[in-house]
Write a new protein. Structure first.
Length: 441
């Protein structure tokens, strides 16, 4: 999937915007595109068209199946048994949860029922020939299931892992190839949807990470695209950097690790619930979950992404321009239609905050921006404010900066200057509770 031809990628980009010259000029077209990331219709058509999953462009895996498959080579979609995939009933339940999560749009972690995995491929032939990355997923799945049970949800959930959910290989039938292309052309829906979760495997096994030609997770073009698209509109705790995952750090870590996959799945939901992380059900700013959420990126302006992607590794260098164009289409639709943006409890560097400030020019409908508890310091606020253009966030009414260590003068000077230049002209309310402001601020 991540090494497909430029022709297929061009088709992918064209499918999102058949009329490039008019798409960005049409608010109606942008809104339709945005709807595919906040409503369930487009996602349903991908995973359960007409209620028949085996004819779907994308077949989602059951997490319970993946948890049993570590340290072995797992086959392509066309080679897997039916029991590996989510049933129609499971998909209906998952889609209902996705719709509810997207509608909430808040900072709470819902432990979404559909999770897309962003990871490095070990080779073009097979991304995980020894099952090392599947083995990494096993412990993550146990932790996630326990926390879903603690919320009163069905512990099992759906996973999107591209190699196993889309038809692969030169031996595909004509029908399978058509379904593959349809799924490929719509992968942005899976990653960017506000109601899905994304797991970032930023620290792959040595056998994958050691490939100098492809580089690390952050050196690769496709993974960079997946991470950036996922970070456009989701709440802070729905993009988790599983490279920071250390299950033994959780209170229930040792107990979960003692359980074989079969023994864990045989436990009652009440017993699974008892293994959930204490305090995480209603307070996502505490502890382990926060550590995982810190790895996500902030929104980025398409022009900035086009520069960043130039230095990333692609098997086909011509894909860079196509991926940059694809990101522009998705980012424009998402940011132009976003009304409430919750990015609480993430940790961004001044450079990342500057990038977010630059993206606010596209946020023409945003009324609320929540940067609560982001470990932001004065220099971070300054970097954000410095990149606000006079046209930035014209509809913004409320800005949450509470819970940050904004004790210096620099940040407030830059924020005041950006407001004086015309940024955020409708701003009515600054939430500054517990932001450590001193008299110089």
């Amino acid at each position: 999937v991540k090494r497909t031809s430029s022709l297929a990628l061009a088709h992918f980009s064209a499918s999102i915007s058949p009329h490039r010259s008019t798409m960005s000029d049409s608010e109606e077209a942008v809104q339709r595109q945005y709807d595919s990331y906040i409503k369930d219709a487009a996602l349903r058509e991908l995973v359960l068209p007409g209620g028949v999953p085996n004819r779907a462009p994308i077949r989602l895996l059951k997490a319970s199946f993946v948890m049993r498959m570590g340290n072995c080579k797992v086959g392509r979609r066309q080679e897997l048994e039916e029991a590996a995939f989510a049933s129609p009933e499971m998909l209906e339940r998952a889609l209902k949860e996705v719709a509810e999560t997207a509608a909430d749009g808040g900072a709470r972690c819902h432990y979404p029922a559909i999770v897309a995995v962003s990871y490095c491929w070990a080779s073009p032939e097979h991304p995980d020939p020894e099952g090392k990355q599947f083995a990494m997923l096993q412990t993550m799945i146990r932790w996630y299931m326990a926390n879903r049970a603690a919320r009163g949800l069905d512990p099992d959930f759906c996973l999107f892992i591209d190699f196993h959910c889309l038809y692969q290989g030169a031996d595909r039938t004509k029908e399978q190839l058509a379904l593959f292309l349809q799924g490929l052309h719509s992968m942005d829906v899976v990653y960017a949807h506000r109601g899905t979760g994304v797991w970032v495997l930023s620290k792959p096994p040595d056998a994958v990470a050691a490939d100098p030609a492809r580089g690390s997770y952050f050196d690769r073009g496709w993974t960079s695209f997946e991470l950036r698209v996922s970070s456009l509109a989701k709440s802070g705790s729905h993009v988790l950097d599983m490279g920071s995952f250390e299950l033994e750090r959780t209170a229930a870590g040792p107990t979960l690790m003692e359980k074989t996959p079969e023994a864990f799945l045989a436990m009652s939901d009440a017993d699974k619930k008892a293994l959930a992380d204490p305090g995480h059900l209603h307070m996502p700013n505490r502890g382990f979950l926060t550590t995982l959420a810190k790895g996500r990126e902030g929104p980025m302006h398409p022009a900035a992404f086009a520069e960043v992607i130039k230095s990333k590794n692609f098997s086909n260098e011509s894909d860079k321009e196509t991926v940059a164009g694809l990101f522009e289409k998705v980012a424009t639709a998402v940011l132009a239609s976003l009304e409430t943006a919750h990015f609480g409890f993430v940790t961004w560097t001044p450079e990342q905050l500057a990038s977010m400030g630059g993206s606010m020019t596209l946020c023409t409908k945003a009324r609320v921006l929540d940067l609560y508890g982001c470990s932001m310091r004065s220099e971070g606020l300054a970097a954000f404010a410095r990149n606000l253009t006079p046209a930035a966030a014209p509809a913004l009414e409320t800005l949450y900066l509470r819970g940050n260590e904004l004790d210096g003068e620099e940040g407030w000077v830059e924020l005041g200057g950006s407001l004086a230049r015309g940024a955020m002209p409708r701003l009515k309310e600054l939430r500054l509770y517990a932001c450590s402001m001193r008299s110089e601020g």
